[in-house]
Ligand binder design. Sequence first.
Ligand code: GDP
Ligand code: MN
Length: 388
Amino acid sequence: MDIHEYQAKYLLKRYNISVPEGKVAQSSEKAQTVAQGLRAKSFAIKAQIHAGGRGKAGGVKLARSPEEVKSAADEILNRVLVTPQTGPQGKQVRKVLIEQAVEIDREFYLGLLVDRGNANVTMIASSAGGMDIEEASKTAPEKIMRVHIDPNIGLQPFQTKKIHYHLKLPAKLLRKSTDLMTSLYQLFSELDCMLVEINPLVLTKRQKLIALDAKINFDDNALFRHPEIEDLRDDLEDDPTEVQAQKIGMSFVHLDGNIGCLVNGAGLAMTTLDVIKLKGGKPANFLDIGGRADSEGVTKALELIMAGKDIRAILVNIFGGITHCDMIAEAVIEAIKETGVRTPIVIRLAGTNYKKGRQMIRDACIQAEAVDTLSEAAEKVVALAQEN
Ligand code: GDP
Ligand code: MN
């Protein structure tokens, strides 16, 4: 789960990491009031969307008075911001963060992430922080330092020292930088994060270390331990179909093709996508309906798929284990009648009672076609998608 920058900064502050003073606003009038309350000489106005790269897309502005803050907020609010991280459709800005602007001396990158390959947590630091970090990782990889943290013993003093010297931070800030990295690691592990990123972490002209931007991603599987984090969820930022699916216990991911997929089981769903691709087709979604292979579940799943724009054909791939294939066939037939879907459907049933299930599909007066193997099903659905 992702959260907004202003929420991430609130969490950093709770862990004693310095962030600029500021508040979020949903209207330009409120933005001006916030600016007046800050009593600063200059201000930063920042679009709050779940995506980075805002600076270069015009989503971060500086202003010298509360009036200027108002007009900057007017320009940013309600705009659709397109950054390299939003996809071509962009994201609508519903909130802006108004902060006291900071005088930057140097910009760094500091991040923590779960490193599956090494089975540990990795802290990444770079002296080339700021907006061009992706570029710097290619042109100047020597500027990036990775420190592997054993989760059983935690971040060690020699590691924070190593990063401090790598970043060439002033010697007298050693204590401060150590505290900052230690707190960041504590936040990361206590809140079950997958990723924490401060980019840029800045050294101000007054020799202070401040987190100027913050991104946090949480492990969805650990959210049950953190109801206060779950409360930070912003449904408007997520794909509405994906949110709807989650609420009914299914897992849905939009893809950019035109073949809808309805599958029980995540592994089988991945395989289905692979086989469709192999046969030259393009899946429109990943969908694992979980254990919901009843008519209500299949109906909901078909509705989720059909909410997509350009669905030319649908592949239903079900493995009957505890749930028998004849019951699934009945559910699919009912769901097709219930939803009135006219898009061609190919159904592959395997497992318990599959023969009976297939026969039921063939006998029903519906546009669905039952086939024997996944390979056959994929070929058929790809051909149908091309014809339609
Ligand atoms: P991102 O582009 O979405 O990552 O947004 P950031 O929050 O990282 O802001 C982009 C850039 O704006 C930063 O790298 C800074 O150079 C600049 N910036 C943001 N806030 C301030 C500020 O208070 N003062 C100054 N001088 N620059 C700022
Ligand atoms: Mn940034």
